[in-house]
Design a protein around this ligand. Structure first.
Ligand SMILES: Nc1ncnc2c1ncn2[C@@H]1O[C@H](COP(=O)(O)OP(=O)(O)OP(=O)(O)O)[C@@H](O)[C@H]1O
Ligand SMILES: [Mg+2]
Length: 438
């Protein structure tokens, strides 16, 4: 489809609007002239007529002739006082041809470079007539001005069209580049108007999409990387099972790797589930205390096996809006980590507090903590610190990234810090405030 440029459309619209307003103003000024200026001229004609009549009465034909000669000199034309039939009161010449047909009592006509004005006295006895030459300006006298005005107006209209359309063009080409796969392009704009707003909205959208696509790509890369080693081990174990005499040991190894793959796939399904619910469909009021109770209830057995105990402190009635299951899994991942990385027979402390508009869940253990430079990276998919990686029975490194995604989905934050001994993980979630709370 051929693109119909907005430039020409906007330019034409502006020229049309300007031309129409010019015509409208012209009509208005014509109307103003007939309503306000013409009556003044009429009265001036009447003054001259009465002046002529007075000159005739006081000075006779001679007096009138002098008076008219005075007018001729001042106004540059021929002025006459005629009787009711059009006879010149000075020369006796019939000038009825100048008078308008009855019943008109005045006229103002321009023809062949002459301006003929006639005005009848109130009593109908006299006519005042003036025949002046109207200087007709040469066409070139005004034409340059017209061209100048048309040129300047056209130029301004074009500039206005460019001012509106160019930024739209730029935004369109940025969007096209983004569509072609260049995720880093952004609209450069400082405008505060709707066009600027459009650019900024696109930038926000692009920002979110880029983050999502990049994290998705990274996750996919990580997943395939993580799948590769258990698969390679499986292949090796199968070969071993075929050839070695101890088939049972090889099968055990196969089973372990299959279990590991199964839990890895379960985690991946979970992480995509969290991602797939960006609008938090099915959001409900969730009491933080309920989640804690549930998680602690589930994890107690696990803790007891390691001789640890879970202590819960803080009794707040905070409620958050969100997906109960996602929140539960987020907290559970953190608590399970605390149990897994705690030394035996130590305590895991879980507390819930409120601070301004937030509910804060803290999980603290007495384990080795995490190297300072890894404190933020433990929330990345598949990240595990070296010891955890080396240890047998470690997880896949997805737990905290699942928790982070779930918490961020609820507009909350999650962070970890070393507390010597141990690690403290803090989840902050915005509380539901005010009348919504029942
Ligand atoms: N409480 C903790 N104490 C010490 N290190 C921790 C603690 N919690 C997490 N980590 C470190 O952060 C890493 C990432 O944790 P994450 O929960 O994402 O993965 P994981 O526990 O190894 O596996 P998964 O949770 O998927 O079974 C862990 O491997 C561990 O090295
Ligand atoms: Mg974990």
């Amino acid at each position: 489809m051929r693109l119909k440029s907005l430039y020409y459309g906007t330019f034409l619209a502006m020229v049309t609007i300007l031309s129409l307003s010019f015509l409208a103003f012209h009509a208005i000024s014509d109307r103003m002239q007939t309503m306000t200026i013409d009556p003044i001229f009429d009265r001036a004609d009447e003054v001259q007529l009465e002046g002529g009549r007075a000159a005739l009465q006081t000075g006779g034909a001679k007096g009138l002739k002098d008076y008219m000669a005075g007018l001729d000199r001042i106004f540059n034309g021929s002025h006459y006082l005629l009787d009711a039939h059009g006879t010149d009161m000075v020369t006796g010449i019939n000038r009825a041809a100048l008078l308008p047909p009855a019943p008109a009592t005045k006229s103002r006509i321009q023809s062949h470079g002459h301006s003929i004005i006639t005005h009848r006295s109130q009593d109908g006895l006299y006519w005042f007539a003036a025949d002046g030459r109207v200087p007709r300006p040469h066409i070139w006298t005004f034409l340059p001005y017209y061209f100048l005005v048309i040129g300047a107006t056209g130029m301004l209209c074009w500039l206005a069209a460019v001012g509106v359309v160019s930024p739209i063009h730029r935004i369109a080409s940025t969007i096209a580049a983004f569509g072609q796969g260049d995720l880093s392009v952004r609209v450069q704009t400082k405008r505060q108007d709707e066009i600027g707003q459009l650019g900024r909205s696109f930038n926000q959208m692009a920002e979110r999409l880029e983050r999502l696509i990049v994290s998705e790509r990274r996750l996919l890369g990580d997943i395939s990387h993580e799948l590769r080693s258990p698969l390679a081990r499986l292949k090796f174990a199968v070969k071993l099972a075929r050839t070695s005499s101890d088939a049972k040991a090889a099968l055990d190894r196969i089973e372990r790797d299959v279990d590991r793959l199964t839990s890895l796939v379960a985690d991946i399904v979970e992480i995509t589930f969290v991602e797939g619910d960006p609008a938090l469909q099915g959001a409900a009021m969730v009491r933080v205390a309920d989640i804690i109770d549930e998680v602690v209830g589930d994890c107690n057995v696990e803790a007891e096996i390691r001789g640890c105990r879970i202590e819960v402190t803080g009794q707040v009635a905070s409620t958050v809006l969100g997906n109960r299951e996602l929140l539960r899994r987020a907290v559970e991942n953190v608590v399970r980590n605390a149990i897994r990385y705690s030394p035996e027979k130590t305590a895991i402390r879980v507390s819930v507090t409120e601070k301004e508009r937030d509910a804060i869940i803290e999980v603290r253990d007495e384990g080795p903590g995490v190297p300072e430079d890894a404190l933020t990276r433990i929330f990345d998919p598949f990240f595990r610190v070296e010891e955890a990686r080396a240890a047998t029975g470690g997880g896949s490194g997805l737990g905290l990234s699942i928790a982070k995604r779930a918490v961020q989905l609820h507009l909350g934050t999650i962070a970890a810090e070393n507390v010597y001994p141990g690690l403290r993980v803090q989840i902050t979630l915005p509380r539901v405030m005010g009348p919504l709370l029942h």
